[in-house]
Design a protein around this ligand. Structure first.
Ligand code: ADP
Length: 270
C-alpha cells in the first residue's frame, strides 16, 4: 500500500515537474478519524524500529522538510515525531544564515546537522533554501545557484554511501489554503507571534517559488535521496503520508540488535 503511495508521490528526474498538476487536497479516499488512529499505529511501529536503530548505531535516517510558509512543517514535526524516543531524534530548523555560518560554504552548517548513527534527523528547511532563496531573490548569479544542484546531489550521495538514508518531502499547500492559514495565524492572538512580514512578500512572488521548487525537485530527486510531493492542504493527510513513508523506509533499513545477547548467555546478575 505504501509502495503505491510512494510511487504516486515520487518526483522523477526524467519528467518535468508541474506543481499545479500535483493535487494539494488529495485524500486518497482516507477517512479523517480512521487516519488519526492509523497515524498512532504507524508512530508506534516507528518507535519500535527506532529502538533497534539506536541500539544498532550504524545507520541513520534524515528527513528533509521543505514547503511554503504555513505548509505545516512545524505541525508535522509535532504530530509525527511525538511518540518517538526524543533521545534519538534531532530536529534542526534552518534560518537565514548568520554569524559563523556566513563565514563558511553553505553546506557547512548542514553537514554538522546530519544525524549521528542511530539517530533520526529532521530538517525543518534545509540546504535547499540555499538554492531557492538566492534564485528567487536574485542574490547570486544564476551559475552560482545552478551549480548547487550538483553539490547537493553529491552531498546526499555521500550521506547515502556512508549509511544515512535521505527522504525529502515537499509539503504542497495550495495558494488559497496558505492564505487561510496565514490569515488565521494573524487573527489568533495565540499564534500571531509567528507572523513574519516576509511571509506576505514571499506570497507575492508565489509563481517564482513555484518555478524554483519545480526545478529543484526534478534536479535533485534521485534514488538515493528521493523527493515526495505531499498533499498538504489537509493536515491529517500530510502527517499520515509522511509517517507511512518514514515507516516504510525504517522497515527497509531493518536495523538489528547487537549480538550482545548471544555472548551473555549464562551470565547471572547477583
Ligand atoms: P519558518 O518560516 O521555517 O517557520 P522562520 O520564520 O524563522 O521559520 O523563517 C526562516 C526563514 O529563514 C525563512 O524565510 C527561510 O526562507 C529563511 N532561510 C532559511 N535558510 C536560508 C538560507 N540558507 N538562505 C536564505 N534564507 C534562508
Amino acid at each position: 500500500m505504501t509502495e503505491r503511495l510512494r510511487r504516486q508521490l515520487l518526483v522523477r528526474s526524467s519528467r518535468p515537474v508541474d506543481l499545479d498538476q500535483w493535487p494539494s487536497d488529495e485524500t486518497f479516499g482516507w477517512n479523517k478519524d480512521a487516519a488519526k488512529g492509523e497515524l498512532n499505529k504507524v508512530i508506534g511501529e516507528m518507535a519500535f524500529i527506532q529502538r533497534r536503530l539506536m541500539a544498532e548505531a550504524t545507520q541513520s535516517l534524515l528527513v528533509v522538510l521543505q514547503g511554503r510558509d504555513a505548509s505545516g512543517k512545524d505541525g508535522l514535526v509535532r504530530h509525527v515525531m511525538t511518540g518517538l524516543n526524543p533521545a534519538g531524534v534531532r530536529v534542526v530548523s534552518f534560518k537565514v544564515p548568520a554569524g559563523v555560518e556566513k563565514d563558511h560554504d553553505y553546506l557547512w552548517r548542514c553537514h554538522k546537522a546530519v544525524p549521528a548513527r542511530g539517530q533520526v534527523g529532521v530538517w525543518n528547511r534545509s540546504h535547499y533554501e540555499d538554492i531557492l532563496v538566492p534564485r528567487v531573490k536574485g542574490l547570486v548569479a544564476e551559475d552560482v545557484w545552478r551549480r548547487r544542484y550538483r553539490h547537493v546531489r553529491d552531498f546526499e550521495q555521500l550521506l547515502a554511501d556512508e549509511g544515512t538514508r535521505v527522504l525529502k518531502f515537499y509539503l504542497n499547500v495550495s495558494h488559497e489554503v496558505q492564505r487561510q492559514r496565514l490569515q488565521k495565524r494573524i487573527d489568533n492572538p495565540e499564534s500571531s507571534w509567528k507572523h513574519d512580514p516576509s511571509d506576505l512578500s514571499d506570497r507575492e512572488i508565489w509563481p517564482l517559488y513555484e518555478e524554483a521548487y519545480a526545478d529543484v525537485l526534478r534536479e535533485t530527486s534521485r534514488p538515493h535521496a528521493p523527493w515526495y510531493v505531499v498533499p498538504a492542504d489537509n493536515k491529517w493527510v500530510r502527517d499520515l503520508v509522511v509517517a507511512r513513508i518514514m515507516l516504510d523506509e525504517l522497515v527497509d533499513m531493518n536495523p538489528q540488535l547487537p549480538l550482545a545477547e548471544k555472548t551473555l548467555k549464562g551470565t547471572t546478575v547477583v
